[in-house]
Design a protein. Structure first.
Length: 165
């Protein structure tokens, strides 16, 4: 086992632990911190796979901006501490859906003919990625920023105190 493989497995395990922490945590702030752990581990996997740009975008956009947006919206909406529901009548359906998803994914992974060639990795310079991002992908990039802005405005509107006359 090479050092890159070991690092890949460690980062994958950290990502899975972060994902499980997001789902099982009862505190929203702790869930957001687990989300940061999971997204940072995915960025580390991108670095191991020599995808520097994807790692940078993963940290800046997902690890930073999305997590901050979640926490900011939570603070603006003044979420009150309510009793935690420990059991839900929909829990068996969720477990069944998760098991079905896992089974389908495992079946697809097992039956896919993977190309395991050892071709050399061709790196793309940041300059070429930047030119492509701001020419060919400029519209989708701006649409994504507008979606985030609408979410932030929606959180502010929800958090406004009601007018009482």
């Amino acid at each position: 086992m090479t050092a890159f493989q070991l690092l890949f497995y460690l980062l994958s395990a950290a990502s899975i632990v972060g994902g499980i922490g997001v789902v099982w945590s009862t505190n929203v702030v702790h869930s957001a911190l687990f989300l940061v752990l999971s997204l940072s581990a995915v960025a580390g996997v991108f670095l191991v796979l020599f995808a520097d740009f994807l790692a940078l975008v993963q940290i800046l956009i997902y690890g930073g901006a999305i997590t901050i947006l979640i926490l900011f919206a939570m603070m603006l909406t003044r979420v009150a501490d309510e009793a935690v529901v420990s059991d839900s009548p929909q829990k068996p359906w969720g477990v069944a859906a998760a098991a079905a998803f896992f089974g389908i994914t495992a079946y697809a992974i097992y039956n896919t003919p993977w190309n395991v060639g050892t071709a050399a990795i061709q790196r793309v310079p940041f300059r070429d990625l930047g030119v492509s991002l701001f020419t060919q992908w400029a519209i989708p990039f701006e649409v994504a920023s507008l979606v985030l802005l609408v979410g932030l405005i929606g959180a502010i509107i929800i958090a406004r105190p009601e007018d009482r006359e």
